[in-house]
Design a binder for this molecule. Sequence first.
Ligand code: 9MR
Length: 747
Amino acid sequence: MKRRRTALVSLTALLAAALTALPAGPAGAEETEQVRNGTFDDGTASWWTTSNVTAGADDGRLCADVPGGTTERWDATVGQNDIALVAGETYRISFSADAAPAGHVVRAVVGLSVAPYDAYYEASPQLSASGDTYAYTFTAPVGTAQGQVAFQVGGSAEPWRFCVDDVSLLGGVAPEPYEPDTGPRVRVNQVAYLPSGPKNATLVTDAAGALPWQLKDAAGTVVARGRSVPRGTDASSGQNVHSIDFGRYRGRGEGLTLTADGETSRPFDIGTGAYERLRTDAAKYYYTQRSGQEIRGDLRPGYARPAGHIGVAPNQGDTDVPCQPGVCDHRSDVSGGWYDAGDHGKYVVNGGISVWELLSTYERALHARTGTPAAYRDGTLAIPESGNKVPDLLDEVRWELDFLLKMQVPEGRPLAGMAHHKVHDEQWTGLPLLPSDDPQKRELHPPTTAATLNLAAAAAQAARLYRPHDRAFADRALRAARTAWAAALAHPDILAAESDGTGGGAYPDRTVEDEFYWAAAELYLTTGEREFRAYVLGSPVHTADIFGPVGFDWARTAAAARLDLATVPNRLPGRDAVRRSVVEGADRYLATLDAHPYGMPYAPEGNVYDWGSSHQVLNNAVVLATAHDLTGAPEYRDGAVQSMDYILGRNALNISYVTGYGEVNAHRQHSRWYAAQLDPALPAPPAGTLSGGPNSSIQDPLAQSKLRGCVGQFCYLDDIQSWSTNETTINWNAALVRMAAYVADQG
Ligand code: 9MR
């Protein structure tokens, strides 16, 4: 505490010193100009460039000749260092600039001039030939005397000329409190309700008593009416709310609205078409996440890009990747697979659970009463393998499975049979950055028990599902699963280091009992062998209460086993108790949902929303859906279906967390290549991309600058820089695929 105070005092002193040396800012006594010689009246004094840029004063501006043939934006830069920033202060950065020829993009950054070169604010306008003025406001997340204003102009194949003038960074403005624009107070599923399904909405209002509501069709005709039910203060948002149930209305239509308390909701459909589309879109997402393969524009218009990480410069991987120094002395071809998220890392633990949830979507369709195996038949996902007679979902998942198998330590090496935890860049990279442009060294990280068991579980499940289509692969997968299982038993407690988070995520997991249980269950379901049955029955996890408020995810994998043991045909002794445990878990989620004025099966302890809360909501809904598959009881179906309302707009922020779905939807997820927010030449995330959603811990600086003190549902920003509340990942989208497919089946 004390030390922190000292640091702040010295920063303030620094700032004061800088102030006295400068003329007063033009915009008022309270504002302070931080940039020296921003008008270039003193030529280029105080400004620097990278050595490949020739800059000079030109008619009172700075003009720079930028070379062609560089890769990264920061490969060619003009900047000024030693800028003092004060945490929590709001700044206005402005400049005028032009490009010859027009159309080039400048990445204007206010950030740190030293490693790790954090960007506190950035904007990437496309420049015209005649010149424009740009101005942006942001709040500094941290204080530093080593700030920087930089114009990054690299990454162009052709040389061009960049001119800039009137660069200003005005500080000292009191931070504006962040107020999200939440639109009409009637909150609905902005996509679609099922004609025969539940239809609920939430009204934010101060009114204490019930209020009348009206349901209108697209022409404005009232088709149903009723009264709201006051629900008091909702803990997840801090709002006073009512709920509205219009489930008795069963007509179909598009563009309906709900009116109450003088407000009209965003429009929605009543029908099934949107879920048919979503089940396909959410699964199509994986193709554009592929590593090691060119993404074809004919299959994904707007998303074409060269193959990433196939050993072609500037990439340094993934066809021949060394271990981190001191970890091992072999090199591996670990090309392929899916990029985990918005970064270029590939992680076995997260790959394993993603494979499981996608394969379980496929497997459910084979066994559940309402399953539709044809939904993902050959030709449904527009991928390069379409037309090979194998269901497209299996083809897509195979891309990841082949990668997971490559992560297994080969025979004859220390820890043979274990799986490396992950492969990723040596250092974190900036945004945007196409996979094929990543210049960082790639490294294999140590094998872990958790990764090994993920591989065992996913490969064992794959062995039974791919057998009808590719026997040789099924055999190979099962062999790999058995080898991994044996290696994990021999090395049961090699854990990932929590500190191993440079250049990629750590994905640390302190308990692997649940991974052992999951791998044993999948091996048992595939082989029926005694060894695995005995392990399942003897595991304390088998009878533990595993359906808690947060549910399951990459670190909490017991539910994957329990759900499969309950639904995939098998002869496990005591299977009725297994099924009962799932139904009891579902009862709890149903109680949570019924008590929740936003109708969701998620109420984390202390209202602390998790990283990736959207998918926790969906995974709890998967338990409800499975209880419906097991019992046929409509209350579980209704609960599972209703859970989608929150994801698709019935929430405190009035936003759909799925790109391209709902009038207002998340579409600026943190990604290095779906980065339209930073570079208009790049695409936004594809339709059907789930955002991580509210995260109470707001780990990223942007969220910290805007959301400090946020309540549950409000801890979210649809901004590409908010990596802790708004990323996209393969495991989160898998939960969306699973639930979209289920809901589509209920039509
Ligand atoms: O989703 C992960 C979350 O549960 C963890 O708490 C967090 C810290 O390890 O990491 C999240 O996963 C990120 C991963 O580490 C790197 N790729 C992006 C993932 C999503 O943010």
